[in-house]
Unconditional design. Structure first.
Length: 263
């Protein structure tokens, strides 16, 4: 299969060709980020971490196509791979293959370690350590990447569910009503993630909230969402969402703002 390089092919040399064909730009961006961080650029370190996040997600999406039974555990597995970001530029893979290829192989190696039943990549034989910069610069890169990683991790703690709760000013009881579940279920979602069968509705509700937040005066969205409207047969926006009319509500909100923009 054309995706054997993801989880099966053991030789790094055979993995690199398809990996670079599909994700070559990302691998080069990772290298630029590390070198920039070694030169003292915090922005470059942030770019490295951002690309690592995006590449991890992109590669795992290919994995889910091959192993769909693992997708419900995606957040956990994704987190395990993302956690390796600060150490990847300093691995044996980099010493053996150079920065861009070595970082990419370190990422894929971690994915294989994480995915049950995947074949491990053959680790390079021990050889002479080949640093990609002087010791002080490599230390600077490590420090700045760790800082960027911590910043990004704290930022990433805001989940789609927490964002919806924030946008609409919801408590757990109101959140449970919107999705037709118990308050205890919402508490479990906050700890373990929203189950796949609820993801589509959650994404739509977030889209409604983000659109309204951009268009309304700051702080007014919770009140607007609770206001009864003739357009909704005397119901509120929250009532519409609770009654599974969220897609119709999104279209209506989009249409109303489109009309206002062209009026």
């Amino acid at each position: 299969m054309d995706t054997d390089w993801l989880l099966i092919v053991p030789r790094p040399s055979e993995v690199l060709r398809p990996f670079e064909r599909r994700f070559g730009k990302s691998l080069k961006s990772l290298e630029r980020g590390v070198l920039g961080a070694a030169g003292g650029s915090q922005d470059a370190a942030r770019e490295y971490v951002a690309v690592w996040y995006d590449l991890t997600i992109a590669v795992l999406k290919l994995v889910w196509k091959r192993r769909p039974e693992l997708e419900p555990f995606g957040q956990v597995l994704q987190g395990a791979v993302i956690a390796v970001a600060p150490a990847a530029p300093f691995s044996r893979w980099v010493s053996h293959e150079g920065l861009s290829r070595g970082i990419g192989l370190r990422l894929l190696s971690e994915i294989r370690i994480t995915i049950p039943g995947a074949a491990p990549l053959r680790i390079p034989r021990r050889g002479k350590w080949r640093p990609w910069a002087e010791a002080r610069s490599m230390h600077t890169a490590w420090q700045l990447i760790v800082v960027a990683f911590v910043e990004r991790t704290v930022w990433a703690q805001e989940t789609p569910l927490s964002r919806v709760i924030q946008l609409f000013g919801l408590d757990r009881t109101e959140t449970a009503r919107l999705f037709g579940v118990t308050r205890q279920a919402v508490e479990q979602w906050e700890q373990r993630g929203v189950p796949p069968e609820r993801q589509a509705k959650l994404s739509t509700v977030q889209a409604i909230g983000e659109l309204l937040a951009r268009r309304l005066r700051s702080g007014t969205l919770p009140g607007v969402a609770r206001r009864r409207a003739e357009a909704y047969q005397g119901k509120t926006m929250l009532d519409m969402i609770a009654n599974d009319r969220h897609e119709a509500l999104l279209e209506d909100v989009r249409a109303s703002f489109d009309w206002a923009a062209t009026a």
